[in-house]
Design a protein around this ligand. Structure first.
Ligand code: GLA
Length: 734
C-alpha cells in the first residue's frame, strides 16, 4: 500500500504517515498533544517507518507539552510540514491570514486523514491525473482552532512514475470572513547536505538557461510578479548535493503546475536546516474567504532522484507525458507546420499565404499556420487586438475560403490568436474601455501597444469565448497558436470591490484556464500550441491544455541549443515548439547551415518559419529530406528516454544529447559542433542509455558494437569543417 498510517508510535509521536513510490518515500509525523504536523523525510525508498528520532523532539527545546516556556524555540526549529505565519516559526512560511482584528498568526493541528483511491481534480485548475491503480492519494486535514480555518493537504503518490504531488485546499470553517494573504502549495524541510540550488533564468529570446549555485545562509528565491510564469524565471527549483551531474548525486526538485505569479524559495537557517517552498507569489495576493468557502491552491510536482539530474529529467518527462498532457495529439506525431510569421510578419494576404502553402505542400509540409494579422485593422502591432473579425481585405472570402484552398492542397490550416488582450486602438476598446485591466482613474501602462483584458469579469470572459468559438466554427481550423504578448501590470478593476483587488492575478489565471478548457471541450480535435512572446508561459499549467508550447522567439539554432537544454531538463521533447527559420537569423543575425537548423529543430515539434517561395532548389530538396527524417525519427524522439551527453553551455564548443527507445533497440544522438577547432582530432563521446549487452549498428557505418563499448569506450565523432556543423547518429539493434 503506497500510503500507510502507523498509530501511537511513541508517547510524543501520535502518528507516522508514510507515502511511498517505487523508489522514494515521504514521511510525515503527528506529534505532541497539540498534534503538530512535522516533516520527517523525503528521499530514497525506506523499508521501515521507525523514523521518529529524525524529528529531534527528544532534544532541547522539547515539545510544547513538556517545555511551553520555550515554545518559540520549538516552533522556530521544528521541521514543519505546512508552516504557518506569525506564532514563532520565523522561517519562510506557507500560510498567513488577515483577520478582522488585523491579526495575522495561526497554527495548525492535525484533525483527520483520509486515503483516496482516485485523485480528485483541483477545482478550476490544471492538475496531474492518474487512473485507479496508478496513484494513491492521502488528504490530511489540519485546523487552526482559534479561527476555524482548515487546511486540507493533498498528497498523491504516483508509484511507477516515482513522483509525489502536493496541493492545498483552505476551508473557512469559522464564522467570520477572513483574508488569505499567503497560500503556498508545498514545503520541504530537511538538513543541509551542502546543497546547490538549480533554477532556470532568462529573458525574451533567452528563456530557461540553467543556473546553479551553492545554497548559503538566508533566503534565495526565484519568482514572477508578471502575471505569467515569465521569460525571466521559471516555476522550478531543485536542490542538488554538491557535485551532482547527469548520473550521480541527489536531486530534490519542485515544479509548479501554474502559469501566473509564483515564488520558489530556499532558506538555510541558523541550525543548517533547509526549507524549500513553492506556491502562488504572496505579494499582491489577498483572497477574501467567506465563512464556508474554500480556496484551492495549485499543485506542486516533487521528484527525488538519487541518480543525478538525468534520472530526474526522465521522471519528469514520463510523468508529464502520462499524467499531465491530454488530448488527441498527446501520443500522436504532430503535423509538420509552416508558420508565416518570420516569412511575412504583418505583410500578407491570401494570395501570399497560398503561394507559401503551395510550395510548402510540395516539400511535404502538412499544415499552414497563419500568424498575427488576419483580423480587424491589424496591419501592425499597434492596433486591433480584440477585434476578432476576419480582415476581408487580406483574406477575401474569410477563413473558410482560405481553409478550403489550403485543405485542397492536402494541408491543414491553423491560426494565431491572442484572446487575452485588447489594443486601445480597437473597436472593442472604444466600446468597452472598462474591459482592460487598469487602476481606476490612472492611465494604464502599455506594452507592445496593448492592454490586458480584465478576465475577472464574467461578461468579458464570455465575450472572448464567443469570438473564439465563432471563429473556430467558421472554417476548418485544426490548430490554434494561443499567444500572450505582455505582462500584467496596473492591477485594478472597475468590477471587483476594493478588498478583492488582491484576487485579480489569480482570478485572471483561472479565467485563462477556463477559456482553454471550454475551447478544447467544444473543439476536441484542435491541436493547441500555447505561446507567450516566445516562451514566457512555458509551464506545466499550460501543458495541461496544450501538448506543445512555443519555446522561444529565438529560432537561431545555436541559441536554441541553450534554450532547449534548459527546457528539456524538465519537459519532454514532444512539448517543445521548434522551427527551422531563415538566415541570417532574425533575432541574432547568425547564419547556420540549413542542415544544422533542421537537426536542432528535430528535438522539438518540428516545423518551418520562413518564406519557402524564396528558397533555392537545393534548399527545397533539403527540406523534403528533413521532413522524411522527421517522420522517420519522430516516434523515437516523442516517446523515448532523453539523455544529456555534453552541454555547449558548459564546454562552449559542442553540444550532444540523445533519445533512446524504451526497449533500447533504437537511439538517436544529435551532435552539434558549435565551433570548429584548428588541428583537432575526432571527438570521443560516451553514449548513454543503451543496453550494455545489445549490439548496435550505427546508420551508414559497417561496424557493430555493443552498448557496453559505446557507452564506456565511446564513439568517435569526426571533426567537421567549420562552425555550426551537426550530425545525427542513429543506432539500431542488430
Ligand atoms: C509573439 C510570438 C511570435 C508571433 C508574434 C506575433 O511574439 O511569440 O511567434 O506570433 O507574437 O505578433
Amino acid at each position: 500500500m503506497p500510503v500507510q498510517c502507523y498509530e501511537n508510535v511513541s508517547k510524543d509521536v501520535k502518528k507516522i504517515i508514510k507515502i511511498d513510490t517505487e523508489n522514494t518515500s515521504y514521511v510525515i509525523g503527528v506529534i505532541d498533544d497539540e498534534q503538530f504536523l512535522g516533516h520527517i523525510y523525503y528521499g530514497a525508498y525506506l523499508n521501515d517507518y521507525h523514523l521518529a528520532y529524525a524529528l529531534r523532539i527528544q532534544e532541547n527545546p522539547f515539545v510544547p507539552s513538556q517545555n511551553n516556556g520555550e515554545r518559540l524555540s520549538f516552533l522556530d526549529s521544528f521541521s514543519m510540514e505546512y508552516p504557518a505565519h506569525g506564532l514563532g516559526d520565523f522561517r519562510e512560511d506557507c500560510i498567513s491570514i488577515e483577520m478582522p482584528n488585523g491579526s495575522t498568526g495561526l497554527s495548525f493541528s492535525f484533525v483527520s486523514l483520509n486515503i483516496l483511491e482516485e485523485k480528485p481534480r483541483l477545482s478550476g485548475l490544471p492538475s496531474t491525473f492518474g487512473d485507479k491503480g496508478e496513484c494513491t492519494c492521502v488528504e490530511i486535514v489540519c485546523e487552526d482552532v482559534h479561527t476555524g480555518l482548515k487546511v486540507v493537504l493533498l498528497y498523491t503518490a504516483f508509484e511507477k512514475a516515482d513522483v509525489i504531488t502536493r496541493s492545498v485546499r483552505i476551508v473557512n470553517a469559522g464564522k467570520a470572513p477572513l483574508y488569505l494573504t499567503r497560500v503556498l502549495s508545498a514545503c520541504l524541510d530537511m538538513d543541509d547536505k551542502e546543497f546547490e540550488v538549480l533554477s532556470l533564468h532568462g529573458s525574451w529570446a533567452r528563456e530557461r538557461q540553467i543556473k546553479r549555485m551553492p545554497v548559503g545562509y538566508g533566503r534565495y528565491s526565484v519568482e514572477s510578479l508578471r502575471g505569467e510564469s515569465s521569460h525571466q524565471e521559471h516555476p522550478f527549483m531543485a536542490l542538488l548535493t554538491k557535485g551532482t551531474n547527469q548520473e550521480y548525486g541527489e536531486v530534490y526538485a519542485m515544479h509548479f503546475v501554474y502559469s501566473g505569479n509564483f515564488k520558489a524559495l530556499v532558506e538555510k537557517d541558523q541550525f543548517d536546516q533547509i526549507r524549500m517552498v513553492m506556491g502562488i507569489h504572496p505579494e499582491d495576493f489577498k483572497w477574501k474567504l467567506e465563512s464556508g468557502c474554500e480556496f484551492q491552491a495549485p499543485e506542486v510536482v516533487l521528484v527525488y532522484s538519487g541518480e543525478g539530474l538525468g534520472k530526474m529529467t526522465r521522471a519528469f518527462h514520463d510523468f508529464y507525458r502520462n499524467h499531465l498532457i491530454q488530448g488527441t495529439y498527446r501520443d500522436k506525431e504532430r503535423p509538420v507546420l509552416i508558420n508565416n510569421w518570420e516569412a511575412t510578419y504583418f505583410d500578407f494576404d491570401k494570395e501570399k499565404l497560398i503561394q507559401i502553402a503551395k510550395e510548402a505542400a510540395q516539400s511535404g509540409i502538412e499544415m499552414l499556420v497563419m500568424d498575427d494579422g488576419w483580423f480587424g485593422n491589424r496591419f501592425d502591432d499597434k492596433r486591433a487586438l480584440g477585434d476578432w473579425y476576419v480582415n476581408e481585405e487580406k483574406l477575401p472570402g474569410g477563413l473558410k475560403a482560405l481553409a478550403d484552398e489550403v485543405n485542397g492542397l492536402g494541408m491543414k490550416l491553423g491560426i494565431w490568436f491572442e484572446p487575452e488582450m485588447i489594443s486601445p486602438d480597437s473597436d472593442l476598446y472604444r466600446a468597452h474601455p472598462d474591459w482592460a485591466i487598469a487602476i481606476p482613474g490612472r492611465e494604464g501602462s502599455l506594452c507592445r501597444n496593448q492592454y490586458v483584458l480584465d478576465l475577472t469579469q464574467r461578461e468579458v470572459v464570455d465575450y472572448v469565448y464567443g469570438r473564439i468559438s465563432q471563429i473556430l466554427h467558421s472554417a476548418n481550423i485544426e490548430y490554434v497558436k494561443w499567444d500572450m504578448n505582455r505582462q500584467l501590470s496596473d492591477i485594478g478593476s472597475a468590477y471587483l470591490p476594493a478588498d478583492q483587488t488582491g484576487e485579480i492575478y489569480h482570478r485572471y489565471m483561472l479565467a485563462v484556464y477556463e477559456l482553454q478548457e471550454r475551447m478544447l471541450k467544444e473543439f476536441p480535435y484542435l491541436l493547441l500550441e500555447n505561446c507567450s512572446g516566445g516562451g514566457a508561459r512555458f509551464d506545466p499549467g499550460m501543458l495541461y491544455y496544450s501538448p506543445q508550447i512555443w519555446c522561444s522567439d529565438d529560432t537561431d539554432a545555436i541559441e536554441r541549443l541553450k534554450i532547449q537544454e534548459g527546457t528539456a531538463l524538465i519537459y519532454p521533447l514532444s512539448t517543445m515548439g521548434a522551427h527551422v527559420s531563415a538566415c541570417p537569423n532574425h533575432t541574432v543575425g547568425r547564419s547556420t547551415p540549413l542542415e544544422t537548423r533542421g537537426h536542432v529543430a528535430l528535438a522539438g515539434t518540428f516545423g518551418y518559419e520562413l518564406d519557402v517561395t524564396k528558397l533555392s532548389e537545393k534548399e527545397k530538396e533539403m527540406i523534403s529530406l528533413q521532413i522524411a527524417v522527421y517522420h522517420k525519427y519522430n516516434e523515437l524522439v516523442r516517446c523515448g528516454d532523453y539523455y544529456r551527453i555534453a552541454s555547449y553551455c558548459e564546454n562552449h564548443f559542442y553540444d550532444c544529447y540523445g533519445v533512446v527507445s524504451k526497449d533500447k533497440t533504437e537511439a538517436l544522438y544529435t551532435f552539434v559542433q558549435v565551433l570548429g577547432r584548428p588541428n583537432h582530432r575526432s571527438r570521443r563521446i560516451y553514449l548513454k542509455g543503451l543496453a550494455p549487452e545489445k549490439k548496435y549498428r550505427i546508420e551508414g557505418e559497417e561496424e557493430i558494437n555493443t552498448g557496453d563499448v559505446l557507452m564506456k569506450a565511446g564513439y568517435l565523432v569526426q571533426n567537421m569543417w567549420g562552425d555550426f556543423r551537426s550530425r545525427l547518429i542513429h543506432l539500431t539493434e542488430v
